[in-house]
Design a protein. Structure first.
Length: 180
């Protein structure tokens, strides 16, 4: 289990990119951030999120998958201020990187969700189902057509964030704490 202590070491979006990004990284991340759009139902859903959630993202400013995916999380937090999204540099925190390996490999982005009191709730990463479907099309003949692109990837991530939010909202421990 990854300790919540890493969340305190992680940085908000702009600070992370300022510290770890090159001159070309931040514009690439910002371009992706500007491209994220939500449907009316996605916006309404995000506005329903109320349970404080610490979102730790193991990332690399240099990473293309991170540049394309991580800004989505920041946009979620704009509509759901209960989401506190912070980024931890994979290369500087090798111990966290080792703890968060996927299939025995160092991957990014990896997202770890914590409750407000530091209890780990879930992990997800590195690519979404939409991304893997696109990649596997060339290797597996006969696959059906799947939805692709940023809207589908955004929807994939939103399902994970929503799942965590409902876990937290239905937690007996947190319901007692919040009186709901």
């Amino acid at each position: 289990m990854l300790p919540h202590d890493y969340f305190a070491k992680a940085l908000p979006y702009d600070d992370f990119l300022k510290k770890y990004g090159s001159a070309t990284d931040k514009p690439r991340w910002d371009k992706a951030r500007d491209a994220v759009a939500f449907t009316d139902s996605q916006s309404a859903l995000l506005k329903l999120f109320t349970r404080p959630t610490h979102v730790l993202v193991l990332a690399g400013a240099w990473c293309g998958d991170c540049a394309n995916n991580c800004p989505i999380f920041v946009r979620f937090a704009e509509l759901a201020p209960c989401l506190d999204v912070r980024f931890l540099d994979r290369d500087e925190h090798a111990d966290a990187q080792k703890e968060l390996q996927i299939n025995g490999g160092n991957r990014v982005p990896v997202v770890v969700f914590f409750s407000e009191d530091g209890t780990e709730v879930a992990r997800y990463g590195e690519r979404t189902l939409t991304s893997y479907r696109k990649m596997v099309k060339a290797a597996v003949p006969g696959l059906p057509e799947f939805e692709e692109g940023l809207p589908a990837i955004t929807a994939d991530w939103l399902r994970e964030f929503e799942r965590v939010q409902w876990i937290l909202r239905l937690s007996p421990r947190l319901r007692r704490l919040h009186g709901d």
